[in-house]
Ligand binder design. Structure first.
Ligand code: FAD
Length: 336
């Protein structure tokens, strides 16, 4: 039976899926059919359904947080369906800091390791002790340690070798008792009395002033990844664009700000049907309604082409796109 997808993803395109299942108990996974096509979903803040989906959308909605005190840290076990921001807030109330830079990132705890969420100089990977997943082939629960998760910038094993093979069920985070604030990002340097709560509030304040609320103006957050380029390439670009914001990424690479590339290419306010490059934050695409998947595809290609012709940098979309039956990538090959 058809089920509306609009309320299930924050970009809110008006499409439907054939079947919808909500997992509230892990036992349900054992009897769930994973015959293709299926799509795992949390709160849909990094997923866009471009068309009607001819398969089953499986939403993870299991709950539970367990705190275990150890000698030098707290080990927190969290069920996949818990809301990420509520977890950050709950832990701060319990005097367990560490996650405050990641406040207000929408979505579930189970989706957080998939793209190794990050913000304000901190990535989830820093705190992951282990991740448990339901192995679709063997129907067993498997545990991976941090290294085995192959975390990288907005990336993990769950986007590659374990894609469509694993349902993340439980995330275990180790939060050190000795708090070390990370204040390297501009807005956090304005904090005068540095406490976890002050960092939490400053992150919320900054995010609210920069990013449109997806629940009032549909969007999927940062649409493109910040490109990683070699130091050599960066020096050449800086000769032409001296103001290009860049951040060190390992010894030989730098990350450059995708939002700046889009903004300076004159694309703020560019519109295809109801989809617009946000007027204040060029990295965010917003959906004013009356838009379809094809409009979004046209928008993505236009941005990629414009940015490529100006800087010779190909932007990669961070948001996961789904067409009728499977994940859909718009990459270099599809740009004319
Ligand atoms: C306004 C806004 C701001 C944002 N800011 C940030 C930011 O600062 N930093 C950042 O990193 N991200 C950011 N995001 C992106 C998003 O919040 C994260 O990617 C988040 O982790 C998505 O959670 P979700 O539950 O909504 O995932 P969904 O969109 O539901 O799913 C995301 C992907 O994970 C897979 N998945 C979901 N649950 C599971 C599971 N249990 N097991 C296996 N696979 C699963 C899905 O198949 C899908 O491919 C932002 C998004 C918005 C809308």
């Amino acid at each position: 039976m058809a089920h509306a997808l609009q309320p299930l993803h924050t970009f809110a395109l008006n499409n439907q899926c054939q079947n919808f299942v909500e997992i509230t108990h892990l036992e349900q996974l054992k009897t769930q059919s994973f015959e293709s096509p299926f799509c795992l979903l949390g709160e849909g803040s990094n997923t866009i359904f471009l068309n009607n989906y001819a398969g089953t959308v499986i939403k993870m909605a299991t709950k539970g947080i367990k705190v275990n005190e150890r000698e030098s840290d707290y080990l927190i076990g969290i069920a996949a369906g818990e809301n990420w921001h509520q977890l950050v807030s709950y832990l701060l109330d319990e005097n367990i800091p560490g996650l405050e830079n990641l406040a207000l990132i929408p979505g579930t705890v189970g989706a957080a390791p998939v793209q190794n969420i990050g913000a304000y100089g901190v990535e989830l990977a820093k705190f992951v002790e282990s991740i448990e997943y339901f192995d679709i082939a063997s129907k067993a629960i498997v545990s991976l340690n941090n290294t085995q998760c192959e975390f990288a910038y907005r990336d993990s094993i769950f986007k590659h070798a374990l894609k469509n093979k694993a349902v993340i069920t439980q995330v275990h985070l180790a939060l050190p008792k000795k708090w070390q604030p990370i204040l390297s990002y501009g807005p956090l340097q304005q904090i005068t009395a540095i406490t976890p709560q002050a960092v939490f509030e400053q992150v919320i304040h900054t995010r609210n002033s920069k990013l449109p609320n997806p629940y009032t103006l549909p969007n999927a957050g940062s649409f493109f990844k910040n490109p990683i380029i070699t130091n050599e390439r960066l020096s050449k670009l800086l000769k032409i664009f001296p103001e290009l914001p860049h951040y060190e990424y390992g010894k030989n690479h730098h990350k450059v700000a995708a939002g700046w590339l889009i903004d300076k290419a004159g694309l703020k306010g560019y519109r295809v049907a109801g989809i617009e490059v946000h007027q204040e934050q060029a990295l965010v695409l917003v959906n004013h309604g009356e838009s379809e998947g094809d409009d979004l595809i046209a928008m993505i290609k236009h941005i990629q082409q414009t940015v490529f012709s100006r800087y010779s940098i190909m932007l990669e979309h961070e948001v996961r796109l789904f067409d009728q039956t499977s994940e859909y990538h718009i990459n270099t090959e599809s740009v004319q």
